[in-house]
Design a protein around this ligand. Structure first.
Ligand code: NOJ
Ligand code: CA
Length: 546
């Protein structure tokens, strides 16, 4: 199946986020690698996803799992060779699967040769590639992101005897984007991968590129100028490729990242995600409808990307203090589940392994406006290991089978990069791909099904949304419309059965076709449309005039 050539391919995509290290080990050293991932492309194709997003796989001391890059144009030897990456890319493309890689613009590892040079002396020619100061006094209005590890955004460099700026770990010095040589070099890096054929970049930590005194050093106009320049080059030299913004910001601050169709094609909708979890716990649609009402319109070629979980903690930066307390109380009763401003757990444990809630949340993920991202392992309901530090508890080896090392690796178990999940509920003997494939009612089979249904229409990826506000506020209902096509989505956020009356007068005469079974529901008439719904049930209907 060749790649579809539509320039707006990302609007119809289903993205699967995976870390090479975690997926499949082909050479028995205990670490996942490119050939291992390549062997599993058939599995991903069968799941129905159309793009993979790979976490950083570049040479790195791995103190931030690869987001601390020491060389931008090579691959980490644990994962294979550049040739192995090329092969993976080709094999993915042959299956119609696009490949999104990471571009960490904001910072490098302190082990990067650029930083080594820059710190070697105050007059080194590369000195100005990073942000230096004699004091810690600058940019005081800037928040600290990794609150649990860092106390300042400045770190002391004992070699050159001055301070350098870092928004993340102190071993991740920020590059200086006021320096044109840095901007040019980073474009060269992007070109290197684009020429090889990668389809898209997730641009890490984009709000923080430029610093200015007297501001909070986020979302500055100068930063947008730099990003627009990258987009212009992509459009000129590599049309059809895509840029996805990681900007953990409020909707109003996110909007400028789309610009006038001249900055990002896509951006994660960070504020929506925690509100889906809130709406579910409160059994009330309000958090979801409210945030989507506050979300500005985006230009026609732009797209949100939606997610339930990813490789980081479930971030609670884009909620109020009260909402954060609520989320902690509801979803992270034990303090060890919390990290920075977030919750370091996977989807299934967050939802108490309740299949109905897992389905409902995925149903919303795939029917709200945007492109869904599935985090590896969540399609089988994998668990987490909170005894592992930092965010490693949600990055354990993929569970392929109940056999040796879950089929992930033939290494001795103690050589695995991280222990397998072993507990009775989520451990690999209980939760794995092989057994779920064999079982018609497994979560995996259900995920295949919902992905196929989602892909059967462009309305979810491209259509407009309009909320219905039935009196029963436990019901979240919306219409999705694209040209002549219309779909109705009705979600019961409650743990008990509910009845709802929907005002569908404008669709009088239409029939409703339930999309999973293609069954016909009663015709819309003059009366409110009555539906009864079981706990956490949801419906997707096609509206058809007949
Ligand atoms: C965002 C990434 O998602 C996270 O994993 C990383 O630690 C920071 N950026 C710093 O690069
Ligand atoms: Ca390996």
């Amino acid at each position: 199946m060749p790649l579809n050539r539509d320039a707006l391919w990302y609007k119809d995509a289903i993205i699967y986020e995976v870390h090479v290290r975690t997926f499949n080990d082909s050479n028995g050293d205990g670490i996942g690698d490119f050939p291992g991932l390549e062997q599993k492309l058939d599995y991903l194709q069968e799941l129905g996803i159309t793009a993979i997003w790979l976490m950083p796989f570049f040479p790195s001391p791995l103190r931030d799992d690869g987001y601390d890059i020491a060389d931008y144009t090579a691959v980490h030897s644990s994962y294979g060779t550049l040739e192995d990456f090329r092969k993976l890319l080709d094999s993915a493309h042959e299956r119609g699967i696009r490949v999104i890689i990471e571009m960490v613009l904001n910072h490098t590892s302190d082990q990067h040769p650029w930083f080594q040079e820059a710190r070697s002396s105050q007059n080194n020619p590369r000195r100005d590639w990073y942000v230096w100061s004699d004091t810690e006094a600058g940019y005081k209005g800037t928040r600290i992101i990794f609150l649990d590890t860092e106390t300042s955004n400045w770190a002391w460099d004992p070699i050159s005897k001055s301070y350098y700026w870092h928004r993340f770990f102190s071993h991740q010095p920020d590059l200086n984007y006021d320096n044109p040589a840095v901007r040019e070099q980073m474009w060269n890096v992007m070109k290197f991968w684009l020429e090889m054929g990668v389809d898209a970049f997730r641009l890490d930590a984009v709000p923080y590129l430029v610093e200015r005194e007297g501001t909070n050093c986020e979302n500055l106009p100068e930063t947008h100028t730099i990003l627009k320049e990258l987009r212009r080059k992509i459009d000129e030299q590599f049309p059809g490729r895509m840029l996805l913004a990681e900007a953990n910001q409020w909707p109003a601050d996110l909007r400028p990242y789309f610009g006038d169709e001249d900055e990002f094609h896509m951006a994660f909708h960070f504020p929506l995600m925690p509100r889906m979890f809130m709406g579910l716990k409160l059994e009330d649609r309000k958090p979801i409808t409210e945030i989507l009402q506050q979300t500005p319109e985006i230009p026609p070629s732009c797209q949100w990307s939606l997610f339930l979980r990813n490789h980081d903690e479930l971030t609670l930066e884009m909620v109020t203090d009260m909402e954060r307390d609520y989320m902690y109380d509801m979803y992270a009763e034990s303090k060890t589940m919390r990290l920075n401003l977030g919750i370091r757990r996977r989807l299934a444990p967050l939802l108490n392994n309740d299949r109905r809630r897992i389905e409902l949340m995925n149903g919303m993920l795939m029917s709200l406006p945007g492109t869904p991202i599935i985090y590896y392992g969540d399609e089988i309901g994998m668990g987490d290991n909170i005894s592992l530090g930092d965010r490693n508890g949600v990055r354990t080896p993929m569970q392929w089978s109940g056999g040796w090392n879950s089929g992930f690796s033939i290494a001795e178990p103690e050589r695995l990069y991280a222990p397998l999940i072993q507990d009775p509920v989520y451990g690999y003997p209980a939760v794995n791909v092989l057994s779920q494939r064999e079982s018609e009612h497994s979560l995996l089979r259900w995920m295949q099904r919902i992905i196929a249904v989602r892909r059967s229409t462009a309305v979810f990826g491209r259509g407009a949304i309009e909320f219905l506000y039935p009196a029963n506020h436990r019901i979240l209902a919306y219409l999705r419309r694209l040209g002549k096509e219309a779909a109705l989505v009705v979600n019961n956020l409650s743990s008990t059965a509910q009845a709802v009356e929907l005002d569908l007068r404008r669709y009088k005469g239409n029939i409703l076709i339930e999309m999973f079974g293609n069954n016909i529901f009663p015709r819309v008439g003059d009366l409110p449309y009555l539906l009864t719904m079981g706990p956490y049930q949801f419906y997707w209907f096609r509206l058809r005039r007949v």
